[in-house]
Ligand binder design. Structure first.
Ligand code: SPV
Ligand code: MG
Length: 433
């Protein structure tokens, strides 16, 4: 009997999948490769069902003889190991992001005379609707909130990008690239105080109040499903913070990061060029303690941000604070620096990890931007936040477009800098009733 291999990602099995399974079973003995959570996350979305449940469903489908995990988006390892006579797939991967994966499959099969059999992809409105429902499910506050914690269990390092509106949220949600047969996406959004303020034309000094920040979060939440980390500035007065943290938790935010400054907060990237005051360890621990006590779930994370390096107080001060904040109940530590050289950040991470191997560590590499995620991962960093790049790239493009129209007294010359209407429709598809 011929050995047939079919790969699956989805946690919803519909008629389209059944069609493929039936056709594959007619060709020989079927092994289903089930993509692991990490692979599905890399190019698609978080599966609603656990890997174990997905395996169980697959094992009980008529026509499937074996189920194995597929640990990469590329079929290379599976094909090299199992040498299936036939790989079956829908023909929808002939174009789009999966095209290079398909080409690699063809080349690998050719090495020993294997064959790729493709069937017309069965597109149905109903399947589309089912998929939309899954995404809607993930965006419900009770499901969204715990997503950051579960991601931290699946991935060593989580990749977060700034969003300050519905459209930037969609860009973070949907952007996906393929490099060396691996797919990459952002895992969630950072609602930055700098970018939220900038979008409103205001300085980053806690002037944009929490009610307004919650409006921004709501705009993002309406159209996305990925977890959200809120830049909570200093958290404000403890008496106010205990109310605000409850709102964050209730609406489905996954984490808030509060920084240990007090008084009029200025953006950290100004460092000691402006007057900024660090809070005492005692006060900030009291804020962490009160915030944690106000929470209703174990899903929401309160992350403490240390400004010692920004304010040039040294690594020892930063470490002393980090251990105190963890003891006070912080679910994670963010260490910040505005130096281009990552030396002090690396030293902090290494020294912190000598004593604490579990508390998640967060970095924001705006200044030390040459460091790769892999280099952070090697030093025990769990969350990398790209805090302002969509804002800093978007507004110069708009300014240039405005200048071009003013110079030419018409829009023609600006057109090549503009997104096409069809691209907008792709990003924001209208729901079919
Ligand atoms: C923000 O994005 O608002 C931050 C990070 O707090 S930083 O601007 O680097 O202080
Ligand atoms: Mg900020």
């Amino acid at each position: 009997m011929k050995q047939v291999y079919v790969s699956f990602a989805s946690d919803i099995i519909h008629g389209g999948h059944m069609n493929i399974i039936k056709k594959a079973a007619a060709l020989g003995e079927v092994t289903a490769g089930l993509m692991t959570d990490e692979v599905v996350l890399s190019y698609f979305r978080r599966p609603v069902l656990s890997f174990e449940s997905r395996v169980e469903i697959m094992e009980n489908i008529k026509g499937i003889s074996h189920v194995i995990p597929q640990k990469t988006l590329s079929y290379r390892d599976v094909i090299r190991e199992r040498k299936p006579d036939i790989v079956v797939h829908g023909d929808d991967w002939k174009t789009g992001m999966m095209k290079p994966i398909r080409e690699e499959v063809i080349a690998l099969l050719a090495e020993y005379g294997g064959e790729l059999v493709e069937y017309p992809y069965t597109y149905k409105e109903e399947y589309d609707r089912l998929e939309r429902k899954q995404i809607e499910q993930l965006s419900i506050p009770d499901l969204r909130r715990g997503q950051l914690r579960s991601l931290l269990k699946i991935k060593k390092t989580v990749r977060i990008m700034e969003a300050h509106s519905g459209i930037t949220g969609l860009i973070v949600e949907k952007t996906c690239v393929l490099k060396d047969q691996k797919a990459y996406q952002f895992d969630g959004m950072w609602v930055s105080s700098l970018c939220d303020s900038t979008a409103k034309g205001k300085p980053d000094i806690e002037l944009v109040d929490m009610t307004s920040r919650f409006r921004t979060i709501d705009d993002i939440m309406e159209v996305t499903s990925k977890p959200i980390i809120l830049d909570g500035d200093t958290g404000g007065l403890i008496e106010h913070f205990v109310y605000n943290i409850r709102t964050m938790e209730r609406i489905g935010v996954s984490a808030v990061i509060i920084e240990d400054k007090t008084g009029l907060k200025k953006n950290s990237l100004f460092g000691v060029e402006v007057e900024q005051t660090q809070d005492t360890i005692e006060n900030f621990c009291a804020k962490i303690h009160a915030g944690k006590a106000a929470l209703q779930t174990n899903e929401f994370m309160l992350i403490a941000r240390i400004e010692s390096l920004i304010l040039e107080k040294g690594i020892e001060d930063a470490l002393r604070r980090a251990f105190a904040y963890v003891k006070a109940g912080a679910d994670g530590i963010m260490i910040h620096s505005r130096k281009k050289d990552p030396g002090e950040i690396f030293e902090f991470c290494e020294k912190f990890r000598e004593k604490d191997q579990t508390t998640p560590l967060v970095v924001v590499p705006t200044s030390f931007h040459a460091v790769t995620e892999e280099e952070f991962e090697a030093r025990g960093v769990n969350i990398v936040i790209y805090a302002n790049q969509l804002t800093r790239s978007g507004f110069p493009a708009m300014k240039k477009t405005a200048e071009t129209i003013l110079l030419h007294h018409r829009a023609k010359e600006a057109d090549e800098m503009c997104m096409s209407i069809s691209e907008i429709l792709q990003l924001i598809p209208e729901e079919k009733m």
